[in-house]
Design a protein around this ligand. Structure first.
Ligand SMILES: C[S@@+](CC[C@H](N)C(=O)[O-])C[C@H]1O[C@@H](n2cnc3c(N)ncnc32)[C@H](O)[C@@H]1O
Length: 301
């Protein structure tokens, strides 16, 4: 299924507050028809996907130097603030770099902060970030530097300034779905993202998507990839990392076999959402990935 692109700009987005079945609240983009955290809500999802799965408090305690987090798709800051709240139990310096091309979700989230609940204690940090693009504050035992990059993430990442960004230990990757937001899920973008990491600094990138297309994309970009923890919303998510040690359940032969049969495995090239079988060229690259080096040839043919 291809999404057509048109020269007519989309209407400005509106972000509504929606109540989920479990009683928690989330924001919803009226233009895309997508709820930010649709089933278990923003805080529960961020806790499952990042705080618990990555054992974040322990990793923070063991980090040498600032603990750097890239927050791709700041949105209404649920991920950023849930992670900061968790890290407030530790001590040390946190640098969080948030990216978004639109501050309206954060403005809307702040407006609805009473219902969303997770802004408590961070009000002045959020106001400062919105007005100055940078906030410094203390959060429990942690000192925090929170910086905002406003703009199209693929363009920012390709810009010369990207080489000066502090190298992350964690990436919170939370764009809209690949079907609605294809430019944020393309192979060129993830290849650039992988190259922007410090190979000497282990970095994990959990994401809610478990689609074959996404997992192939992450592997071809250079990441090691495994099944991620359930979030309550999905029985399985995905975790990618530049170090195999950070991936508890790496994808193996059974998954590779499924790729061959999938009708939606070819990575997005950056020109819209197109679902296709994996090309022979990419199949050969995929099966040569170091993650699959120990597999017996023929076991996934
Ligand atoms: C699902 S929302 C993120 C929710 C957010 N992480 C939170 O915790 O509230 C996706 C976000 O990605 C942002 N986004 C989408 N495409 C983008 C792009 N090309 N560059 C930068 N940000 C983008 C949207 O503006 C939106 O705020």
């Amino acid at each position: 299924m291809a999404e057509s692109s048109t020269s007519v700009p989309p209407p400005p987005d509106r972000y509504d507050l929606v109540r989920l079945a479990n009683g928690s609240f989330s924001l919803r983009s009226a233009r895309l028809g997508e709820t930010f955290h649709p089933v278990i809500g923003p805080v529960a999802e961020a806790e499952a996907l990042y705080v618990q799965q990555l054992d974040l408090i322990d990793r923070f305690a063991k980090s040498e130097g600032p603990f750097v987090i890239w927050d791709v798709g700041l949105g209404a800051a649920a991920n950023a603030l849930t992670v900061l709240k968790a890290l407030s139990a530790g001590s040390g310096h946190v640098e969080i770099v948030s990216f978004d091309h639109d501050l309206d979700p954060l403005r809307a989230g702040y407006l609805y902060r009473g219902s969303l609940g997770y802004f408590g204690g961070f009000e002045s940090a959020v106001e400062t970030l919105l007005s100055e693009g940078l906030a410094r504050f203390e959060c429990g035992g942690a000192t925090v530097l929170w910086k905002l990059w406003l703009g199209d993430f693929p363009t920012l990442l390709a810009s010369p300034s990207a080489s000066a960004w502090p190298k992350p230990s964690v990436i919170l990757f939370d764009a809209f779905s690949p079907a609605r937001n294809p430019d944020m899920w393309s192979l060129p973008l993830f290849t650039q993202l992988f190259r922007a990491l410090d190979p000497e600094k282990p970095c994990a990138l959990p994401t809610y998507s478990r689609s074959t297309l996404m997992r192939v994309t992450l592997l071809l970009a250079g990441f090691f990839v495994g099944a991620g923890e359930a979030t309550g919303e999905k029985e399985e998510t995905t975790i990618a990392a530049n170090s195999l040690e950070l991936v508890a359940s790496p994808l193996g032969a059974p998954w590779l076999k499924r790729v061959k049969n999938s009708t939606s495995a070819e990575p997005l090239a950056g020109g819209g959402y197109v679902q296709r079988r994996l090309s022979l060229e990419n199949w050969l690259r995929l099966s040569a990935h170091p993650q699959f080096a120990s597999l017996i040839p023929g076991s996934f043919d």
